[in-house]
Ligand binder design. Structure first.
Ligand code: SF4
Length: 107
């Protein structure tokens, strides 16, 4: 289990159409929030701790939008890239791993 991953991902909720295609393709990385917009998450099984980047308060939650950048386990890279390609809102943003982003998200 590594802290560093190859890639990270976030969703621009302002552009999300709420169709849920991302979660159909990569359910370990994307999650439908109660308001009908999608967010990203990290799973304890692959990254040590479960964090939902839904803008919620408390342990297990992190910021949404551009500050809510989830690490992508290496075995999920292919499905996350596919989700980004299929996303009708073109709002799934994939970035190289950046320790600064991890520190700034505060989760
Ligand atoms: S595929 Fe894109 S537009 Fe559709 S729910 Fe996921 S992030 Fe939103």
């Amino acid at each position: 289990m590594a802290d560093e991953t190859t890639l990270m991902v976030w969703i621009d909720q302002d552009l999300c159409t709420g169709d849920g295609i991302c979660e159909e393709i990569a359910p370990d990385v994307f999650h439908g929030r109660d308001d009908g917009l999608w967010v990203v998450k990290e799973e304890a099984s692959t990254l040590g701790k479960s964090i939902l980047f839904d803008g919620g308060e408390g342990d297990g939650h992190g910021p949404d939008g551009a500050r809510g950048v989830a690490r992508v386990p290496d075995d999920q890279i292919e499905t996350v890239v596919e989700a980004a390609e299929e996303c009708p809102g073109e709002c799934i943003m994939i970035e190289p791993y950046d320790a600064t982003l991890v520190a700034e998200r505060g989760a």
